[in-house]
Ligand binder design. Structure first.
Ligand code: HEM
Length: 477
């Protein structure tokens, strides 16, 4: 390794013993924003640990894609996941070596040919859930969107009745687990404190572990004829032995429950919150849905014909990326952007900070979906747009999530006009996923809406089509 490598500069203002930990715990966004002002790579002290913050999209891409051999899963978030569900951490947290075996097993469930079928299920779920709302009701949006994404996860990926019950139960434990995870990420010792919040967290963890055990036991005993992700996890080799142990399957199921429910629910909630705050955009999206769909439920192919809705979703992901902090660990002494990175160094990056970088996104706090129009969108904007990560560990559910978000919003906005509730104010809840806490919106039936046409019966799969990925709408990673 070249000895002309530079030393990573230190972030100033660290306290004795605790370093930057109190600042990070008090204001995680402010901490990462401040680190970004000190160069592409900056060294921080988190209690006894020295870590690095990556602030440059090019370095980040290198770390996630080309330099993947040097940087593995690791760091606070990943350690908190592994402690939560045990084993080697499941798909979201396992080391690259285990990942190379596990991901190809699961990938067929996310093949583009599967998405139109999932989309029909998403439309059915959205129709059912928004169909229960009453005119004038003030809806707890985040709760309803979580209910919806839970239902979609089970209808699409874990389809047997025992799994449906278990995952459904999990949505009640999810907020406890999600907020406990962030505290454990920042301060691993937090989990050992004798606090009621920790007791609730451990109870939720135990309930979920035992629910997943019963899901696995049930499907091992009675595999049935299911064509879902779960059946891929339980696949047997030609000699009859299982490809993945029960402990590995447990980790993968946790990965999908943590990765697949909260994130898309947050995207949906933030999009609605932004639309009501920007009536001009609300009207544009509503008119587009009315014109393109003419009251019919959206097929997956239709979603690509809703470019304004797609731009709104992209801009929402930029402003409120649900999975906002990601970490890696250097396997060996290595280099990044001309800096020396010691073996074992933990590297953190805040996707949120990158997506609000004023050098890349003009007026970065402004909601401006038209910044993603072909003529307005710069290469730098595209390069920094990483809400789903990049490389081999990129989100496996990215297309699934975008289809769910777009089709749900189309169904919802066809039926209801959504309005703010006087006196109610949503606040940003910082967990491992960012949520608009307390977002309540009033729903008024659309009297002027074009007549809604009933959902069509299942049509054959539209093979090979996919819509709504940032890439396809011309502004993706
Ligand atoms: C808006 C919605 C979503 C966002 C913003 C999001 C974000 C992310 C990000 C940033 C990563 C990469 C983390 C890293 O590099 O360390 C990731 C990985 C992952 N996501 Fe998502 N996600 C979303 C929806 C989903 C859905 C719907 C599912 C499942 C159906 C899912 C399952 C996963 C899994 C299993 C991984 C680990 C992938 C691997 O390492 O191979 N996510 N997600």
């Amino acid at each position: 390794m070249s000895n002309r490598l530079k030393e990573i500069p230190h972030l100033p203002r660290k306290l004795p013993f605790l370093g930057h930990l109190p600042g990070m715990a008090r204001d995680p966004f402010g901490f990462f924003d401040r680190a970004a002002g000190h160069g592409p790579l900056v060294r921080v002290r988190l209690g006894p640990k020295t870590a690095c913050v990556v602030n440059d999209p090019a370095l980040l891409r290198h770390m996630l894609v080309a330099g993947r051999g040097d940087f593995d899963k690791g760091g606070g978030v990943v350690e908190a996941f592994i402690k939560l569900w045990g084993g080697n951490g499941g798909l979201a947290a396992c080391p690259n070596e285990a990942h190379r075996v596990a991901r190809p097993l699961m990938q067929p469930a996310f093949h583009p040919s599967r998405i139109p079928g999932y989309n029909r299920q998403m439309v059915r779920n959205a129709t059912e859930i928004v169909g229960r709302w009453r005119p004038g009701q003030a809806v707890d949006i985040d709760r309803e969107m979580t209910r919806l994404t839970t239902k979609t996860l089970t209808n699409s990926l874990f389809t047997d009745p025992v799994s449906v019950r278990c995952v459904d139960q999990f949505q009640h434990d999810l907020p406890i687990i999600s907020s406990g995870l962030l505290a454990r990420t920042i301060l691993p010792a937090y989990g050992r404190l004798p606090l009621p919040a920790n007791r609730r967290y451990r109870e939720a963890q135990a309930r979920t572990r035992s629910a997943i055990d019963s899901m696995i036991r049930n499907r091992r005993e009675d595999p049935g004829d299911y064509d879902d992700l779960f059946s891929l996890l339980l696949v047997r080799r030609p000699d009859g032995t299982v490809a993945l142990s029960d402990e590995e399957v447990q980790g993968h199921i946790w990965s999908f429950m943590i990765g697949g429910i909260d994130t898309t629910a947050a995207l949906l909630s933030w999009t609605l919150s932004l639309l009501v705050r920007h009536p001009h955009w609300y009207t544009r999206v509503e008119e587009e849905i009315d014109t393109v769909l003419d009251g019919a439920p959206p097929s997956h192919a239709d979603l690509a014909r809703l470019p304004q809705l797609q731009r709104v979703l992209t801009e929402t992901l930029r402003l409120y990326p649900p999975g906002w902090v990601v970490s890696r660990v250097a396997r060996a002494r290595t280099a990044l952007g001309g800096y020396r990175v010691p073996e074992g160094a933990e590297l953190y990056f805040s996707i949120r900070t990158l997506l609000r970088d004023p050098a890349v996104y003009a007026d970065p706090d402004r909601f401006d979906p038209d910044r993603w129009l072909e003529g307005n969108c710069t290469r730098a904007q595209r390069a920094a747009f990483l809400p789903f990560g990049a490389g081999a560990r990129k989100c496996i559910g990215d297309v699934f999530a975008l289809a769910e978000a777009a089709s749900t919003l189309a169904v919802l906005l066809q039926r209801w006009r959504v309005q703010p509730v006087a006196g109610s104010r949503a606040t940003l809840k910082v967990g491992v996923v960012l949520h608009p806490k307390g977002l309540r919106l009033r729903v008024i039936p659309r009297t002027s809406a074009r007549a809604l046409r009933p959902a069509a019966e299942d049509a054959p799969c539209e093979r090979g089509q996919s819509a709504g990925t940032p890439h396809e709408t011309g502004h993706g990673s």
